[in-house]
Design a protein around this ligand. Structure first.
Ligand SMILES: [Zn+2]
Length: 385
């Protein structure tokens, strides 16, 4: 099995062009990972996701752990085999959903005790359990369990939470090394699985710096920046991303979790980020909000009732090649399932195409020019309501 590796191929300013090698193939970076929460990118078939140019998808450990269960998936040979996707997969630790979805959660040093949002059953997620569950799932990249802090938080609360996340990261790394070196314990369905650490510390730069140094000392295969895009002002987020990315080693991939708009992707690539995931393109598509090269549009709007143009004249996705705004509005208003599919195809195409253009711009040392043009045209118009 091809072990995990990252190769930095070219830089243009702080922007980086690279390549992830995983047991299930290559991922060109900067990369956007469509979110496949429960083993499927909502409204799409894997074939569609692959054709759009996605080289990696994200699966949510919390959801798969509760239903159908990581042990059932391990008995099917792991997540890739179970869902029929043979390209790379990254799984999160489940922590974010425990903090935001589960009922009656109690966080202690040992881990998080919570009630399933499905049936109220009592569950426990510890740093070690999050490693074991992801080993059974067999994703190509596993994330450590970290504590997700709400914004705004005081400096003391952010410091305490960040220190706990470092202790949990150490336990997570120890557990993975135990799994790699002994045959006892959890089933491992992907022996080439990599593990990423997560830098926390809220919006406090000194705490982010301390967290980055302590996490890097644990020698993960890659590093994520967590706890952003939670309501802080956008300039503050960009500033924390830039400062944190600079503290991370050049030879490891950097993943900004849960971000963001197309404009955020461009701005964070400019600050040295290699990987992104976000529910925006897929969730907004299902709500009729479309991203285009001219800004965002809301297909519910009455002005599109007799608009025969495609969503985006510059887009060559299936939806834009075959259908008009008028038809897409009709499908949406009529509550047709096809509306979700066609809208998701377009939004994901827009995101993945943007990432492709970013990679080309870096390769030709033209990223700054691309960034300025992007700021001028896309994502500048306010959201249509
Ligand atoms: Zn399109």
């Amino acid at each position: 099995m091809q072990p995990f590796a990252f190769k930095l191929k070219h830089t243009d300013g702080a922007a980086r062009l690279g390549e992830l090698r995983t047991p299930h193939g290559l991922v060109e970076t900067p990369a956007f990972m469509p979110v496949g929460t429960q083993g499927a990118v909502k409204a799409l078939r894997h074939e569609d996701v692959e054709r759009l140019g996605a080289q990696i998808i994200l699966g949510n450990t919390y959801h798969l752990f509760l239903r159908p269960g990581d042990e059932l998936i391990a008995r099917r040979g792991g997540l890739h085999k179970f869902i029929g996707w043979d390209r790379p997969i990254l799984t999160d630790s489940g922590g974010y959903q425990v903090f935001s979805l589960a009922a009656r959660r109690v966080i202690k040093e040992d881990g998080a005790r919570f009630q399933s949002h499905l049936d109220g059953s009592p569950r426990m997620l510890t740093p070690e359990a999050a490693v074991d569950i992801q080993a059974r799932l067999g994703s190509d990249i596993a994330m450590v369990l970290d504590e997700c802090l709400a914004y705004p938080a005081t400096r003391d609360a952010a410091a305490e939470s960040m220190h706990r996340s470092i202790r949990w990261a150490r336990r997570s790394r120890d557990q993975l090394i135990r799994l790699r070196t002994s045959s006892a314990g959890a089933i491992v369905t992907n022996t080439g699985q990599a593990q990423f650490g997560i830098v926390q510390g809220g919006v406090f730069k000194d705490l982010r710096g301390e967290s980055a140094d302590a996490t890097v000392a644990l020698e993960f295969e890659g590093y994520a920046i967590g706890g952003l895009s939670v309501g802080e002002p956008i300039d503050m987020m960009y500033s924390v991303v830039g400062d944190t990315a600079r503290r991370l080693p050049d030879d490891r991939p950097r993943y900004l979790m849960g971000t963001g708009t197309p404009g955020d992707l461009v701005e964070c690539v400019a600050r040295g980020i290699d990987m992104f995931d976000c529910v925006l393109p897929t969730r907004n598509a299902r709500n009729g909000q479309l991203f285009t090269s001219e800004g965002r549009l809301n297909i519910k709007n009455a002005r599109y009732a007799e608009d025969d143009r495609p969503l985006d004249e510059r887009c060559s996705c299936y939806t834009c090649l075959h259908h008009s705004r008028a038809y897409l509005r009709h499908l949406y208003m009529a509550g047709e399932m096809t509306a979700g599919t066609l809208n998701t195809l377009h939004n994901l195409s827009y995101y993945l195409d943007t990432m492709k253009r970013i990679r080309e711009a870096i390769l030709f040392n033209a990223f700054e020019k691309f960034r300025l043009e992007f700021q001028r045209t896309a994502d500048r118009l306010s959201l249509e309501s």
